[in-house]
Design a protein around this ligand. Structure first.
Ligand SMILES: NC(=O)C1=CN([C@@H]2O[C@H](COP(=O)(O)OP(=O)(O)OC[C@H]3O[C@@H](n4cnc5c(N)ncnc54)[C@H](OP(=O)(O)O)[C@@H]3O)[C@@H](O)[C@H]2O)C=CC1
Ligand SMILES: O=C([O-])CC(=O)C(=O)O
Length: 267
C-alpha cells in the first residue's frame, strides 16, 4: 500500500536492467515511468521496447519527480548531476562512477545545490545496511571478492594477455583497491565501489576479481571485521539473460528502492 504521493519517473537506460525494471513497474499506479532516457542513437530501439512511452536523449526538465539511473557510469555525469542540481532526487545503480577522483564530492554538491538527495542502491550485493552500521563503530578490514564466468569479463582489461575462452581454472584477473577495480571494470565492479563506500572507503577496501570457468553464477563475497564483530557474506547471483555481466538481483534492488520511496511501511 502506498501512503505517499505517486512518483513520475524518468528511467535513464533501457538495457538489461532498465527493461526488467520497466516490466516490474508496469501497472504500478504509485511508480509511473513517464520517460525513458537513452543516447540519441538508441531512441528508436527504446521506442520499440516501450511503445507509446516518451523516449528522449535527456531527462525532461518538467514533470519528473524522480530520476532512476540504470545506464552506466557516463550517465551519472550526463543526466544525474543536472537533475540533482535542479532539485530532482535520483536513484543510482552505477555506483562505480563515484570512484573517479572528486566525483562523489561533485555528486554531493549537486544534491546540496538542488536541496535534494541521491540514493545509491545496493544492487547485486547484500549486507550494505550491516556494513554501513558497522562502520559507525569502526571497521578494521573489508575484503570483497567478485567471481564471474569468463564470458562476463569479455570486453574488459581481463582479456589483456589471456584468452578467456581457454581458461580451465579460476584465474585472478585483478587484485587491488576498490577504486582501481571500479575504474578498470565499470560494468563489473560497481559492487566493489558500493561495499567500499558503505565501509572503509574506495582506497582501503581490498578487492579481488576472478574469472571462473566452473561457475555459471556471479558470486560476490564480503568479509568484514571491526568493533561490531565480523561477518562473511556470499551471494550466488543468477546473471540476467540479456547481460551476463549483470545479476538479476540488481533489478530487484532497484525496484525495492523505488517501492520504498512510496510505501507506508518501508523495509
Ligand atoms: N550496482 C550494481 O550492483 C550494478 C550496477 N550496474 C550498472 O548498471 C549499468 C547498466 O547495466 P545493464 O542494464 O546490464 O547494461 P546494458 O548495457 O544492458 O544497458 C545499458 C543501457 O543504458 C543506455 N545508456 C548507455 N549510456 C547511456 C547514457 N550516457 N545515457 C543514457 N543511457 C545510456 C544504453 O543505451 P544503448 O544500448 O543505446 O547504448 C542501454 O539502454 C551498468 O553499466 C553498471 O554501471 C550493473 C550491474 C550491477
Ligand atoms: O551484477 C553483478 O553481479 C555485479 C556487477 O556487475 C557490478 O558490480 O558492476
Amino acid at each position: 500500500m502506498s501512503a505517499l504521493p505517486a512518483l513520475r519517473i524518468a528511467l535513464v537506460g533501457c538495457g538489461a536492467i532498465g527493461t526488467s525494471v520497466l516490466e516490474l513497474l508496469k501497472g504500478d499506479a504509485a511508480l509511473e515511468v513517464v520517460a525513458i532516457v537513452v543516447p540519441a542513437e538508441g531512441v528508436a530501439a527504446a521506442q520499440k521496447v516501450a511503445p507509446g512511452m516518451r523516449v528522449a536523449s535527456s531527462v525532461p526538465a518538467d514533470g519528473i519527480d524522480l530520476v532512476v539511473e540504470t545506464a552506466g557510469h557516463a550517465a551519472i555525469e550526463e543526466h544525474v548531476l543536472p537533475a540533482l542540481a535542479r532539485g530532482t532526487p535520483c536513484v543510482v545503480a552505477s555506483v562505480g562512477a563515484l570512484s573517479a577522483a572528486g566525483f562523489a564530492e561533485k555528486l554531493e554538491a549537486a544534491a546540496i545545490a538542488g536541496k535534494t538527495q541521491v540514493q545509491l542502491i545496493p544492487g547485486a550485493i547484500g549486507a550494505i545496511d550491516a556494513l554501513a552500521a558497522a562502520r559507525i563503530g569502526g571497521l578494521d578490514s573489508v575484503r570483497y571478492t567478485g567471481r564471474k564466468p569468463p564470458q562476463a569479463w569479455k570486453g574488459t582489461p581481463a582479456e589483456q594477455g589471456r584468452d578467456l575462452d581457454a581458461l580451465v581454472q579460476p584465474t585472478v584477473i585483478f587484485e587491488g583497491s576498490a577504486r582501481e577495480a571500479a575504474l578498470l571494470y565499470p560494468k563489473n565492479a560497481n559492487v566493489a565501489a558500493t561495499v567500499s563506500l558503505a565501509g572503509l572507503g574506495l582506497d582501503r577496501t581490498q578487492v579481488r576479481l576472478i574469472a571462473d570457468p566452473a561457475t555459471t553464477e556471479n558470486v560476490h563475497t564480503v568479509e568484514a571485521e571491526g568493533a561490531f564483530g565480523s561477518f562473511e557474506l556470499t551471494m550466488r547471483n543468477k546473471p540476467l539473460a540479456a547481460n551476463p555481466k549483470t545479476s538479476a538481483l540488481t533489478v530487484y534492488s532497484a525496484v525495492r528502492a523505488l517501492r520504498n520511496r512510496v510505501a507506508a511501511l518501508a523495509i
